[in-house]
Design a protein around this ligand. Structure first.
Ligand code: MEV
Length: 438
């Protein structure tokens, strides 16, 4: 029987591994060796990674690649992507190449406001609260001046604080709904620090205010936290070209392709089962760049999926049209990302990723990420409505299957050549490998 461990975080890394091995790994030297195998030989770099988080035993590698030839607003980019799924980077690169000869991608940041809220309960008279808020609003703004000074120097800060009555949702539920501009930083720590200060001032002032002591009801702060729903931090990415230019190297009928593409988009707009997978494909591109550039992919995922259901039904993030012979394909998504602060200044690979992107501002990074998502979706839909997804996918997956069977470099070479002309399936690779080995 396993007994709970106490003080685990205080053990050294070796002690932690020993405990783990003893408790869960049946003292397997192989598993311990794998954990150690992923330690970086440069002890400084290893320590840096260990200190990103807690109870670190090893490092978890993801491939870091680039998708070149992305023309965005007339500039050429190679987009760094950290992703384990085969065919994502290949698909992005293909879409980049396709649109490079058809006007490239256009992207625009529409707005950059971020949101945070102090949630509280007040069961007294609404007008008392409204009066109190009007009185203390200047104090709230003044009270965070120590936190906002540097941000203001960079052109950011607190944009506004609103008192929101949410009592129709829950008895006594109110919010201080606060808006922020955080310029090149993602701003999570900045926003949360401001919110906690607002909450402190709000609570203190309320406890000394006679309006509340006379009526015997005081606001009770529940929590203060930023929102990852950022519908006022929106970026738009788009491509367009005459329908006839959609013809590709395989000489497919361009009008038929455009019609099938539009129908596929319509299905994703109306059918949630399809919309989720459709948007998942978009996130393949978005998450890979978000991760490579050291941003918080969980925040981005949560915000984008909430946005996909903002009208009460989960729907496609991308849209397409054909008007006057012009095919248009676009997406507007919320993206709260940063290019300073957090991991961006710490993780050596993240620094390189940002260098590859020519040290973008947060706004430029929003544009690049949105384009990666749109490109990924274009590539997926193009495959789905023409050859089907498996042809390309399994070709890319071939290497994973070969590695699973510990294929030697010679075997890999031979089978990659063989599968240029044959359909890749798990069993066909297994059969061919067996044939060679016999
Ligand atoms: C696979 O990771 C993503 C796709 O399923 C996306 C889509 O269906 O649009 C291919």
């Amino acid at each position: 029987m396993i007994t709970p461990v106490s003080g685990f975080s205080k053990l050294s890394k070796e002690e932690k591994i020993a405990w783990l091995s003893n408790t869960y790994l049946k003292n397997s030297p192989q598993s311990e060796a794998v954990l150690r195998q992923y330690w970086h030989p440069d002890s400084g770099l290893q320590q840096l990674h260990e200190e990103f988080t807690e109870n670190t035993l090893s490092n978890f590698y993801l491939p870091f690649g680039i998708a070149p030839n992305f023309e965005i607003n007339g500039k050429l980019f190679a987009i760094p992507m950290a992703i384990e799924e085969s065919s994502v980077i290949a698909a992005a690169s293909k879409a980049a190449k396709f649109w490079k000869t058809r006007g490239g991608f256009k992207a625009t940041v529409i707005n950059t406001t971020k949101i945070g809220q102090v949630h509280f309960i007040f069961k007294g008279n609404d007008s008392l609260l409204q009066e109190f808020f009007a009185e203390i609003k200047p104090q709230l703004l003044e009270g965070v001046s120590g936190i906002t000074r540097n941000m203001e120097k960079r052109g950011g800060g607190v944009l506004d604080i609103e008192l929101r009555n949410r009592t129709h949702l829950m008895e006594g539920y109110y919010q201080l709904h606060c808006k922020f501009e955080t310029k090149d930083s993602m701003g999570a720590n900045f926003i949360n620090s401001c919110l906690e200060k607002f909450a402190e001032i709000f609570k203190d002032s309320a406890s000394h205010n006679e309006k509340f002591s006379d009526s015997g009801t005081e606001p009770e702060v529940i929590m203060s936290i930023l929102s990852n729903f950022v519908p006022e931090c929106i970026v738009r990415a788009e491509v367009s070209c005459p329908v006839k230019d959609l013809e590709d190297e395989k000489n497919r009928d361009a009008t038929l392709f455009a019609n099938k593409f539009l129908t596929a988009l319509k299905i994703a707009e109306i059918e949630p089962y399809r919309a989720v997978t459709h948007n998942k494909g978009i996130m393949n591109g978005i998450d890979a760049v978000v991760l490579a550039t050291g941003n918080d992919f969980r925040a981005v995922e949560a915000g984008i999926h909430a946005y996909a259901s903002k009208d009460g039904r989960y729907t496609s993030l991308t849209h397409a049209s054909v008007e006057d012979g012009i095919f248009k394909f676009w997406m507007e998504i919320p993206l709260a990302v940063g290019t300073v602060g957090g991991l961006t200044n710490l993780h050596p690979l993240v620094k390189v990723a940002l260098e590859i992107l020519q040290k973008p501002s947060a706004r430029e990074l929003m544009e690049i990420i949105a384009v990666a998502g749109l490109a990924q979706n274009f590539a997926a839909i193009k495959s789905l409505v023409t050859t089907g997804i498996q042809q390309g996918h399994m070709k890319m997956h071939l290497m994973n299957i070969l590695n699973q069977y510990n294929a030697t470099p010679e075997e890999k070479k031979e089978l990659i050549h063989y599968f240029k002309k044959h359909t890749v399936t798990h069993s066909s690779v297994e059969d061919q490998l067996e044939k060679i080995r016999r």
